[in-house]
Design a protein around this ligand. Structure first.
Ligand code: ADP
Ligand code: ASP
Ligand code: MG
Length: 689
């Protein structure tokens, strides 16, 4: 039984390296006959191709140095004479044949060394055995040569051969790998080993992509795809003869013989993407052959990865399971690294387990968003989001596998406390008045809280402060950006000022979406105020009882949260609320309320007309202002002039105007202030913060 071991140019480039080769051969020779195929020492083929005398002399010196280090006495002298003769022959050879001498020099040294080590060694002349383009003839000649010999270790030059016309020729640059495969196929070798200077075929050329890693096992097809598109670690024609003979190809590192390596064989590939190779300015993302799957799959991810790296792809073409990507030559390495990063470098992933409370529109939008964006979020942030608990006000379900189903009766919070893995978050998407009483239990158990429930933060200031203290003491997050202005970054902006010693002088918040909608839709003489309220109620924009909106309750909660975020311990009793319509209308039954509101229309219309005449628009404003005697807070209708940011609000838009000590001009945040998707995306941001 034969083993074929091929050593590349750097493996035989010095006496030290050759002694590593000898160690490797020694182990293999213990198992059976060995055919050692070698390249020329590194740089030699290029030097011979150059035809430059100075470079020839340099090569002669390098070979002489190796001989001096590896041999002594008569052995050294005999070998040096032999090499001198070969160099002379090379210099006198026709220019086209000079390139074939590199492998002859290196294998002459190797064969001599093995012989002095005591192996029965024979040098095989590949020029007589390997016939370019005729594998059957090549195999026959190799077998005959081996059968006629009594040697244990054969040494054959790679790369060189004879062509059909009978002239000395080569198998092409990098061709020694192919020579080895031909020797292996000829004798049905039990092992074909390509020894080189890297630990196998890697997910990218490690010289271009330092993060490249070894591919432990791959199919012949995948190896061929890599090799024929620029991964020069393996010469592409090597694959076919090995595959036809059913011989696995091992790619090993001469400089770490026991380390990682690649085994190429008749096996399925372990993953969808194999590696990236490049030739010229075309990068090939090599894919595994799977039925019905094409390189198209990678188009979007590849495009995004390049774009994020600031690179434009000049073109993309799918080819079977692989994708070719053309880029400008100047950005090739950068592009390779960007593509390698998304397709082959797993970021460390942190699991974020979410226990969600509430089954309303916001909760449903959040669930959908997590489902749809989990992968993108993972790629961007390294966080793997999973909903592991769901609950409505009566029942709950938990499942650490990520598929909770509501159906159990009992105490959801208790179940969360019992099952939550470290780093879990509790998401309060309810409008419960009392759930916040359980926050401290969760926080103490190390479970962070993300809440869109403004009732939780608009109770007494003492409760508000206690929840914060609890979160801080336990080192867990407590976030509720969604409670004011949905997805607008309002609380964050106010907290930034407060945290950096800026002092809030005033806040004006036009934050009641319902009232904004009704007020901005009202025209004197058009639809009555009452009918606009009714329409808002019917479209679900108001609380079930719209009087809660008209009474300013919702705006009050938001103002409390805004003030507290700015470090002002505002209490409900500090806020003067002027309802939008007289108190008396807000009492009694709902039909009575609408009746009263219709009757109130003429007064409402005349007030609106008067405001319009003076150039104002009416807005429902929650405000807080620093005065000599402390902060004064109020909520009510206000006439705003065109210079006021709230003048131009449309529909359910919100506007917050914050004046502070540091700045002569206010901070204005304006934009969509409501909507289930907006709220869900704000919760998601809090989760990821
Ligand atoms: P040898 O002289 O041993 O035949 P080569 O220089 O021909 O070695 O091939 C090895 C080189 O191939 C490595 O040094 C590496 O720079 C390059 N290479 C390109 N693509 C890859 C890849 N995907 N995995 C490993 N090496 C690669
Ligand atoms: N020495 C040849 C070359 O440099 C063949 C080989 O190394 O495989 O191309
Ligand atoms: Mg090579």
């Amino acid at each position: 039984m034969y083993s074929v071991l091929k050593f590349g140019g750097s493996s035989v480039a010095s006496a030290t390296n050759i002694s590593r080769v000898l160690d490797i051969v020694e182990k293999e020779a213990a198992k059976g006959r060995v055919i050692l195929v070698s390249s020329a020492i590194s740089g030699c083929t290029d030097a011979l191709l150059s035809g430059d005398r100075e470079q020839f002399r340099d090569m002669e010196r390098r070979h002489g140095d190796i001989v001096k280090r590896l041999f002594t006495g008569a052995d050294r002298e005999a070998l040096q004479n032999r090499l001198d003769a070969l160099f002379l022959q090379m210099r006198e050879a026709p220019a086209a044949e000079q390139v074939t001498y590199g492998e002859i020099f290196s294998t002459t040294i190797l064969a001599a060394k093995l012989a002095t080590e005591g192996y029965k060694t024979e040098w095989l002349d590949s020029r007589e055995l390997v016939v370019k383009g005729d594998e059957p003839l090549t195999y026959r000649r190799i077998r005959e040569a081996l059968q006629a010999s009594r040697a244990d270790v054969f040494v054959a030059p790679g790369f060189i051969c004879r062509n059909a016309a009978g002239g000395v020729d080569t198998l092409g640059r990098g061709g020694s790998d192919y020579s080895a495969a031909l020797y292996a196929a000829a004798v049905k070798a039990r092992s074909l080993q390509i020894w080189t200077d890297v630990p196998g075929i890697m997910t990218a050329n490690p010289r271009q992509v330092p993060a490249a890693r070894t591919i432990p096992r791959m199919s012949y097809e995948a190896a061929l795809d890599m090799a024929s598109h620029g991964a020069k670690v393996l010469y592409a024609p090597t694959v076919a003869p090995a595959m036809a003979a059913g011989i696995d190809i091992e790619i090993r590192n001469t400089f770490a013989p026991e380390g990682k390596c690649t085994l190429i064989g008749n096996c399925p590939d372990a993953s969808r993407w194999i590696g990236v190779a490049s030739e010229g300015n075309v990068i090939r993302l090599v894919g595994a052959r799977l039925p019905g799957i094409g390189g198209e799959d990678a188009r979007e991810t590849a495009g995004n990865a390049l774009r994020e790296a600031g690179i434009a792809a000049l073109g993309m073409t799918a080819d079977g399971p692989s994708l070719d990507i053309e880029v400008k030559p100047a950005v090739l390495d950068q592009a390779l690294r960007a593509l390698h990063r998304v397709f082959f470098q797993e970021m460390p992933v942190t699991e974020v387990n979410l226990f969600v409370a509430g089954d309303g529109a916001v909760s449903r939008a959040l669930q959908q968003m997590v489902r749809e964006s989990a992968q993108a979020v993972r790629e961007r942030t390294g966080k793997q989001l999973r909903i592991v608990g769901l609950a409505n006000s009566r029942e709950y379900g938990t499942d650490l596998g990520g598929n909770p189903v509501i159906g159990k009766k009992g105490d959801y919070i208790q179940a969360v406390l019992e099952t939550a893995p470290k780093g879990s978050l509790f998401v309060d998407a309810t409008d419960s008045e009392t759930l916040y009483l359980r926050y401290p239990e969760l926080l103490q158990a190390g479970i962070g809280i993300v809440s869109s429930n403004r009732r939780s933060f608009a109770g007494s200031y003492a409760d508000f402060a206690a929840i914060h203290l609890c979160a801080r003491e336990n080192g867990v997050p407590l976030r509720y950006e969604t409670t004011v202005g949905a997805a607008l970054p309002i609380l964050e902006s106010i907290a930034r000022g407060a945290n950096s010693c800026d002092e809030v002088l005033s806040i004006e918040a036009v934050v009641s979406c319902t009232l904004n909608q009704i007020l901005s839709g009202y025209r004197p003489g058009g639809a009555s105020f009452a009918s606009l309220v009714r329409r808002a109620q019917e479209s679900g924009l108001t609380e079930p009882d719209p009087r809660l909106d008209l009474g300013g309750r919702d705006a009050l909660r938001k103002l409390l949260i805004l003030a507290r975020e700015a470090g002002i311990p505002l209490e409900e009793s500090d806020v003067k609320v002027r309802p939008i319509v007289p108190e008396t209308l807000l009492q009694g039954s709902l039909p009575q309320f609408y009746e009263g509101l219709e009757a109130y229309e003429s007064q409402w219309a005349s007030e609106a007309l008067e405001a319009e005449r003076q150039g104002f628009r009416r807005r429902f404003v929650a405000s807080l202002e620093k005065t000599e005697g402390g902060y004064v807070a109020g909520i009510g209708l206000k006439n705003v002039p065109p210079v006021h940011p709230a003048y131009y609000l449309r529909g359910t838009e919100n506007a917050i105007i914050v004046r502070s000590a540091f700045h002569p001009y206010p901070l204005v945040i304006q934009g969509p202030g409501e909507g289930a998707r907006e709220a869900a995306s704000s919760i998601l941001n809090d989760i990821l913060r």
